[in-house]
Design a protein around this ligand. Sequence first.
Ligand SMILES: C[S@@+](CC[C@H](N)C(=O)[O-])C[C@H]1O[C@@H](n2cnc3c(N)ncnc32)[C@H](O)[C@@H]1O
Length: 194
Amino acid sequence: MNESIILDKPKIYDRILDKSNAIGFTMPSDIFIGTLLKTLITSKPNSNILELGTGIGLSLSWMIDGLDEASKLISVDNDNNLIEIVKEFFSNDPRVELVCEDGSSWIKNYQGDKFDLVFADAWPGKYSEISEILDLINLGGFYVVDDMKVQANWPAGHQENVDRLIEYLEKREDFSLTKLDWSTGVIIMTKNTK
Ligand SMILES: C[S@@+](CC[C@H](N)C(=O)[O-])C[C@H]1O[C@@H](n2cnc3c(N)ncnc32)[C@H](O)[C@@H]1O
């Protein structure tokens, strides 16, 4: 098997990657987590999906490719420049809502339907508001995080945050958890139905 052979890249993916390079965006999600997110979302027709940390929209392009026509997706980032760039790529898709807001306040104030998959790719929903975000996941729904293995752009001391998060997630008896030593280090959790 050669994991680098990826045949179903979103049509818009290379344009987003060019934009990411052009503006010097330093935190793009890798292509592997994108493929995983699309695969998981495809298993959830008529679903409600959340991404925390829109960034430049690379992971979002994969997530949208997994959505069926009845599904909807909210993506949140606190950087207005990034949200405006990403709107250029996806604003004519009525299933997608791009929100420019601090993720912590967004999670605390959210009153809508629970989610079938949450990709937590920003501090909120990952290193803060973790119990709040897990409460917002439907039974059988997924919680996904990456960057669990050491990354070149980690600030000093970040390993402790990651260790604390993993310890917390492993103790959640209401979820099943898989750690993947793959991509940037991925954890997938599913909310137990029994
Ligand atoms: C790892 S990047 C996301 C990469 C993105 N998934 C992609 O594929 O381009 C993390 C993002 O979280 C955003 N962010 C950081 N702090 C945040 C906060 N408090 N609330 C919302 N977004 C935040 C940053 O602006 C950044 O775009």
